[in-house]
Design a protein around this ligand. Structure first.
Ligand SMILES: Cc1cc2nc3c(=O)[nH]c(=O)nc-3n(C[C@H](O)[C@H](O)[C@H](O)COP(=O)(O)OP(=O)(O)OC[C@H]3O[C@@H](n4cnc5c(N)ncnc54)[C@H](O)[C@@H]3O)c2cc1C
Length: 513
């Protein structure tokens, strides 16, 4: 093989959480056959953040790119399927809707079905929007199947993600990465040596005396951002004015009853509560804003709101929403919590890790570290973070709630221009501005806006090509198709068992619950 003297020869990843092992696995896999060494440093004493159980459908393409078999992965991580998120009490107390990974029916004459639903609503004849979506119908009935490949079938109109044990996913990827040549160092980084000529990170010193040098460093050290912040002083854009929740308390409970193929997010007085069902336990947590509730009251609110006995003591977490001013600075690329954090309402963190890794592999540098490449990476990741911020914020501001100080805070907020424009375009004619980047596509925005009672004044005028009768018949036919297909879909737990993905340690699944 011809050697390129400018090529990166060594990559060092600092951190062995989800971000570190995802980065290590992807780099080792994609760079195999090249003369590049990948090392990873982690400290068991420091540990990982240990939460992060709900994902987005894109994780499937991450696993597929590494040729990871779905059954093996699900068994190893106690995973369940996720069809979307159920939002309770967000628009008004008592409201509920599901944001599905999929669409409401199929377009008619190229126009999305929700536009016809808006017309039905004006006619006073619209049923619950949820009843027109196959992924929602099966989620509500605790059913699951893989999407059909024939686009004519209603069973093809959705995607899916997983709910899994993040610690086990990191351990699973560690086996994968080490199997692909990644060298792991156990130890705490106590010193970071900078190159005096260019300010690049040259080497990391561990508490056992070892010194690890590398050409490129990937900072996956979590909230502390050991390299990107503590060594390179990159700076952090604090987004607390838009996303003020800054604490969480997490607690696992026993798995009880039917296995729901969706995550639940219930809005509370000063934040919200998550419920994520895995095979062996259910993850629960209360994300809250410390200006509006004390830690003691937040813990009590969570513990009083559980549907099964706890399996461990509650765990407290602190964070500041926002992003690093530069995700890539000199020869350091920050990925995961070291890059920023936008609170877990739509399970976006692991996805942003994936984006960071994908973009890095696309713009993989040589030893020159061209500033134009660095700027492009930072631009793309910056837009990704902003799009997620806007989508999360939408949940808090598309609401009629004003019953507590927190909800009143959101009512009086000045929105980022990007979100304000999007909401105004929606309200005037049900039109959604489509972004160049951003993980959430129009159906996701539709789900949240309509789910939280943000009803446009007008629907797409092209819908009027159909008569009232035709629109009525189209709606009824779709509802019947969805309902018939849902009834024929297998039970979620039974499906996991049948495909051989049930963990051997799970009595509930073994019993067929
Ligand atoms: C409350 C909450 C809920 C969340 N829920 C979700 C969710 O549902 N879905 C989702 O996608 N994401 C979620 N996340 C985010 C998710 O947990 C993280 O994105 C993910 O775990 C990645 O974390 P990380 O690997 O960046 O950092 P960490 O897990 O903190 O790992 C940091 C690593 O760096 C190492 N390290 C640090 N300092 C040193 C040192 N000096 N020397 C050696 N090693 C060091 C540590 O040992 C550790 O291995 C949630 C986050 C929070 C706070």
């Amino acid at each position: 093989m011809r050697e390129n003297p400018e090529a990166i020869k060594s990559v060092c990843i600092l951190g062995g959480g989800t971000a570190g092992w995802m980065a290590a696995s992807a780099l080792a896999h994609k760079l195999q056959g090249l003369p590049v060494s990948v090392t990873l440093i982690e400290s068991e004493e420091i540990g990982t953040v240990g939460v992060g159980e709900a994902t987005l459908p894109h994780i499937r393409s991450f696993n597929a790119a590494l040729n990871i078999d779905e059954v093996t992965f699900m068994k190893a991580t106690e995973a369940t399927f996720k069809l979307g998120i159920e939002f309770c009490n967000w628009g008004r107390i008592g409201d509920r809707y599901i944001h599905p990974f999929g669409d409401y029916g199929t377009p008619i004459d190229g126009i999305p079905f929700y536009q016809y639903w808006l017309r039905l609503k004006q006619m006073g004849e619209a049923g619950r929007l949820d009843t027109y979506a196959y992924p929602i119908a099966i989620a509500e009935a605790n059913r699951f199947r893989h999407p059909a490949s024939d686009p004519a079938q209603i069973e093809s109109t959705f995607g899916y993600a997983y709910q899994f044990d993040a610690g086990r996913y990191a351990a699973f990827l560690r086996r994968f990465a080490e199997g692909h040549g990644v060298i792991r160092h156990e130890g705490k980084v106590v010193d970071c040596q900078l190159n005096p000529d260019n300010g690049h990170v040259a080497a990391l010193k561990l508490d056992n005396g070892a010194v690890i040098a590398a050409d490129l460093f990937v900072d996956c050290s979590g909230f502390r951002g050991l390299l990107i912040e503590q060594a390179l002083k990159t700076g952090y854009d604090d987004w607390s004015q838009w996303l003020p929740c800054n604490r969480a308390v997490a607690v696992p409970t026993e798995s009880r009853g039917g296995l729901t193929p969706f995550t639940r997010a219930t809005a509370l007085e000063a934040g919200w509560q998550w419920r994520i069902p895995l095979q062996h336990r259910t993850g629960n947590g209360h994300v809250y804003c410390s200006s509006f509730i004390s830690d003691e009251a937040a813990h009590a609110r969570l513990l009083g709101n559980l549907d099964a006995p706890t399996l461990a003591d509650p765990r407290q977490l602190y964070f500041t929403t926002g992003r690093r001013r530069q995700f890539w600075n000199r020869n350091v690329v920050a990925i995961g919590l070291a890059a920023g954090f936008l609170e877990p309402l739509e399970s976006t963190s692991i996805h942003l890790i994936q984006e960071g890794i994908t973009e890095l592999l696309q713009i993989f540098p040589d030893k020159h570290f061209r500033q134009s490449d660095i700027d492009e990476y930072n631009r793309r990741m910056g837009v990704n973070f902003e799009r997620v911020r806007d989508f999360l914020l939408l949940h808090y501001v598309a609401t009629q709630r004003d019953d507590t100080e927190m909800w009143r805070y959101f009512r009086n907020m000045t929105l980022p221009d990007s979100l304000e424009e999007k909401i105004q375009a929606w309200l005037t004619r049900g039109h959604l501005i489509r972004y160049e980047f951003g993980v959430f596509l129009p159906p996701s925005w539709v789900a949240v806006m309509l789910g939280q009672n943000l009803i446009p004044r007008h629907y797409d005028p092209r819908v009027d090509r159909l008569s009232s009768d035709e629109v009525r018949r189209a709606g009824d036919a779709l509802k019947q198709r969805v309902s018939a297909a849902a009834t024929a879909t297998p039970d979620h737990g039974a499906y996991i068992r049948k495909m051989g993905a049930a963990s051997d340690t799970v009595p509930l699944l073994a019993k067929g619950a």
